[in-house]
Design a protein around this ligand. Sequence first.
Ligand code: PEP
Length: 253
Amino acid sequence: MRKTLIAGNWKMNLNRAQAIALATDLKGEFSTEKKVDLAICPPFVYLDAVSTVLNGTSISLGAQDMYFEKEGAFTGEISGAMLGDMGCHHVILGHSERRHILGETDPVINKKVHAALALGLKPILCVGELLEEREAGKTQAVVRRQMEGSLKDVSAAQMEEIVIAYEPVWAIGTGKVATSQQAQSVHADLRMMIEACYNPAVAGKVRIQYGGSVKPSNAGELLSLPDVDGALVGGASLKAEDFLGIVAAAPAT
Ligand code: PEP
């Protein structure tokens, strides 16, 4: 049985005091009895402060990106070891904003996936199509290319450590959410791709999150789909009430 994973991507939002306050509110309200796993991914500069707040709780800390090199002359970059040092367990890789605004490619994301795995960090690997790609009937081809490129040379044992986030780009931050049919269809395709590349056992274990304008009012329906194992949440993760409303809407797993 795959346990639902709800992860909050705070992106480039909040100041230090707000980040601490949000993490404190989540810590106060989220009980370890909850039926879901919870992770939050603050900006790099607040990881340390948020890590201190989350210490001793079951809420996992994640980062929004990392660089693939171990250390050295890479001005502005953050290594996986640094994230581990901050108490991170997860790292979002290949988010569409990094792919489309910052020009990140599948080969670069693949290097990051390997670097994260080597350090024991669990990648949340994002894939998803642009609106014009969906309208041209290319959704399956696009996510297949992203999966194959980003997961090159990943072993079956490593694959079990990875979370996939299907995030249609046209649904991110737009208020437009994929229909249940659209989400389930791509999630099922992704699981079949994992099965074809690895085996049914691995495909049965990998969690596939949906991301794109998830909020408390639509989370229940999305999270009850057979191949949707959680949500990667942007805007609605910035308010404890909304984020916890998504957690509350998740069916028991
Ligand atoms: C995201 O950025 O991963 C995301 C899904 O954002 P939003 O929930 O705001 O659409």
